[in-house]
Design a protein around this ligand. Sequence first.
Ligand SMILES: [Zn+2]
Length: 395
Amino acid sequence: MPLVNMKDMLDHAHANGYAVGAFDLVSLDFLDAILRGAESRRAPVILSLAESHFAYFNFQTLMPAVVAAARHSTVPVAIHLDHGASLDSAVQAINLGCNGIMVDSSSAPLEENIRLTRKIVTMARGCGIPVEGELGYVPGVEGEDAERHPGEMAYTTVDEARRYVAETGVDFLAVSIGTVHGRMRGKPELDFQRLAQINQALGIPLVIHGGTGLSDDQFRQLIDNGVAKINYYTALADAAGRVIAANASREARGYTALVAGIGDTIQAEVERCIDLWGSADRADAVLEKARPWRAVEHVIIYNVEGLDEAGTHAMMAEGRRVLSAIPGVLEVVTAEALKEDAAYRYSWLVRFCHPAVVDSYRDHPDHMAFADQHFRPVAGERISIDYQDVEDSSS
Ligand SMILES: [Zn+2]
């Protein structure tokens, strides 16, 4: 039962004074190493996929592996879209299995940031999915040198944070208090007083981006002041890069020889972070508190009147195309009975990521148009039932 509601996970961390690591992964090596690190320390963990990294892997291809690995894990896991840039990418991430979404419109002016964030929160609520917003601006890009992205840092202010959270309804807030994405020269100066005031004003889990390069003491102070999720990537990527460079200097040849050992190195860094951030040995408490993340199967069995077989198959194809794009729909399966004399000849199986989708799907204009124009007129004889998964497939 390892995929859990991310809001419950982070509320537990916020209430108990520790932070969960949200580690960006860019390959199966990272995925395995992050989960092995979390399991060896019995820590809750967030598998994070950053939209800025989609150039390096195929998101659609990688996600099924991420979901399968999370389901087989023995520690509580959430799967998060990091820095989602648009409503479309948020919907795509949810439909591929992410159960947390970050909206990044923080480079827009406040009004625009609120408007865009609210739109995504409304969609995500209909899918039962918590949302992380960002206010203020943390310069840079994950895994790159900060000097290459010299954006102006904009600190989060208490008043704007209060307004942004009230008007958007985000569940978590990424704040800008002096960290920078990627590698930076010198020691970052963090504004802890500002962070303490934001934490007091909001009372929701806060998030830090740009965790690489902070001292142990800085991390402790961040967590003491409400930070419950820390995004972490650059140090993992650099550690893996050093292993590859060392392998190359020993004249290792070929891909597998060059990447040999990067998993162990990434795992060691993940374990160091987990120990430092206080999330070790919290897995059982989170599993007890956090609602398991369970899918719903919307099942319809039906007979068709007034359409021949080709017409029925065309109707099904149209349904798969239209319905699979509705937020919260993980999968659309259309099938026909093996035996021609079955009481019901055809079936739909539409998998929803969360029970909330039962309502948002039914009321979605694309679903209503398909049902009214293509399905109901020919499928008068039908049974429709929603089922929730009883146990996770791995347990
Ligand atoms: Zn970030």
